[in-house]
Design a protein around this ligand. Sequence first.
Ligand SMILES: Nc1ncnc2c1ncn2[C@@H]1O[C@H](COP(=O)(O)OP(=O)(O)OP(=O)(O)O)[C@@H](O)[C@H]1O
Ligand SMILES: Nc1nc2c(c(=O)[nH]1)N=C(CO)CN2
Length: 305
Amino acid sequence: MRRTAETDEIRLLGVAARGHHGVLEHERRDGQDFVVDVVLQVDLAPAGRTDELRRTVNYAEVAAEVVEVVTGPAHDLIETVAADIADRVLARPLVEQVEVTVHKPQAPVGVPFGDVQVAVRRTKDVPVVIALGANLAGTGGTDPDRTVRDAARRLHRVSGLRGVRVSRLFVTAPVGGEAVVGQPDYVNAVAVARTRLAPGTLLAQLHRVEAEHGRTREVRWGARTLDLDLVQYGDPLAGADVTSTDPELLLPHPRAHERAFVLRPWLDVDPEAALRVGDGVARVRDLIPSTADQPVRLLDEEVGG
Ligand SMILES: Nc1ncnc2c1ncn2[C@@H]1O[C@H](COP(=O)(O)OP(=O)(O)OP(=O)(O)O)[C@@H](O)[C@H]1O
Ligand SMILES: Nc1nc2c(c(=O)[nH]1)N=C(CO)CN2
């Protein structure tokens, strides 16, 4: 079945408020009525499944945001009003695309007219970091390094991901204390990309790729044919990353900052990489020294190229 988020929508129509936007002096002075429609693309399947408000976008909050912009500082153009609203609504993690229409029915047009509207559409485009790992043979006995390479290639075909770049492959000792004793070494890599998908939708796509490679979810920290973790969603240096304490999707990944098997490949693909750690933001290159006790080596070094 086609992913539903591409078709699911919340439509908030006819939000009315008085504002002072306009080029003419009397518009600035007297104000007039503005009417705004907001159409949000949001994957509504999780909310439909659980009946939980936190799994969708609260349209009352969006309406309040619209009124705040319309009644807020005056702009010359309704284009600016529409773009402001669109940017604010799109910053909500679950919103993948937004279309905002601003109507100005009392605009000084000079001739009889029905309505004037501007409509802007904005699509999410967020940097993301995905960690790949494998330490068991896949379906048909595929080696872990082959599985990681295949999965990395597969990421290029995930609808809603673009600009995928993948690190070289690293061989890493299993991390996780007692739980990983006796496990074979892992092959790890990190992919950086941009996405228009909401975090949960992207994670669902990653789970699908894991399943295609024969991943079954059993023991926590158990050996696995393929593990894809969403390490970070958004740019922490711009203060534009999503943080989440939902156990189904913790963001940033709570253990990434202490894992050489994530940090080393990440630095390999992005020397300027930065990660939110608690209240601060650290460069990945500065986090690596404290993981020096975790054995990590380039796979290519091992096979001589
Ligand atoms: N940032 C995240 N990326 C991937 N899965 C996450 C994330 N945050 C929470 N999870 C949840 O963790 C659950 C268990 O995932 P998984 O079995 O891959 O954990 P793990 O790989 O054994 O441990 P770790 O999370 O320490 O790497 C998943 O069902 C998923 O919903
Ligand atoms: N070296 C290494 N150790 C791990 C890894 C991994 O990918 N590489 N993944 C784990 C759980 O996701 C637990 N431990």
